[in-house]
Design a protein around this ligand. Sequence first.
Ligand SMILES: [Zn+2]
Length: 427
Amino acid sequence: MSTNTKKNRSFRDAMATGFLRELLDDHAASDSPPGADLPPRVAHALISDAATARASDIHIEPGENSALIRFRVDGVISDVSKVTLAQARMIINQIKAMANLDPIVTFTPRDAHASYTVGADPLDLRLALVPSHTGEALTIRLLDPRRLQRSIEDLGFDLGELQLLESWIESGAGMFLAAGPTGSGKTTTIYSLLQELKKSDRVIVSLEDPVEYQLDGIVQVQLDQRHHLNYADGIKSMLRLDPDYLMIGEIRDAVSARAAVDAAISGRVLLSTLHSRDAVGALTSLRNWGLLDHEIAEALSVVVGQRLVRRLCTHCRRRRAVSAKERVWLSTAGLPVPEQVSDAEGCDRCSQIGYKGRCGIFELWNLTEPDYEAILRHTDEHAVRRSLMDRKHKSIIANGLDKVVDGITSVAELRRAASGAFLAQSL
Ligand SMILES: [Zn+2]
């Protein structure tokens, strides 16, 4: 049996103590025919189980003969339960009712949201319903409004990085970007910085699509394409509020890139996120969106490249000697090989997964004179990266290795997070 299958099975066993399993088992034991009325609490049990498992998403996927219920926890998906197609339909209908959706199955995808509480904990549910040839499939994203209220100290920055971020907040100039692929924690980083900025008496305005969470002390503007409130117009109206800090949810095309750089050049501080492989990759993205080198050099101040790794469960992790395989990979990545690393077997505290929670691994590119000169000379990103490494810049992977040495995460996690990033510490 592969480790993954074993882990999945253990996870399912751990989840079998959940309300959902209990309700389904009760139902199976009763005399009612399969697919007859399920207790109305099934959907509630499912959501409460997911929240207990710290799942970010619930998937209900109908197949030919049965439907699969799966949870995504710390970025990794696991099977939780198999139900009949009739049961799946019933659970989906109960959830539709929570979101005031018509139970009728439509032929177009539908989105909806609902508010929910598990105990005293608030949850925002984002529903995506997609018709498939075997029935309607449902994905529920569970958003904990408190997730984005984490302090910058909790994200995984080391002391030096925190000091740099604090001094940037103090000086407050130019454009700050969080860069990385989808699901790398960019939004959380930006929201944490906003929390920090909120402590000062500065005016902060954000332009988001959509507004994910209401934040006190920040004027949040939502993009509305139907009413022609696009990035360019949105920023114009934001500037009327005379903010010290502007936040744009994401720079994702030429229009938003232009709007962001114009705002930063006009003397505002601008925070945003951007999709790229690493910090220096942001430079190529901005150029590809038609921004000129002198505009980028004038605007860009700090870029944080980032990835998320799972944290080893502190109750069952153990130290061991580094394996031959890990030694080879670390050497290939140009990293020093530590004698000892950690991994975890799985225990009751971590639902037998071995990991609990996630933290960021980062690289902080605080642009200095040599970088600005290189940008103005139209130096390509590879040469900029090489020059940074010559100046002892720490890559995302090197930063991740520190967390491996400290026993916070495993080499396996670092490897997973590293795929697609630039490996070598010295290129
Ligand atoms: Zn554990």
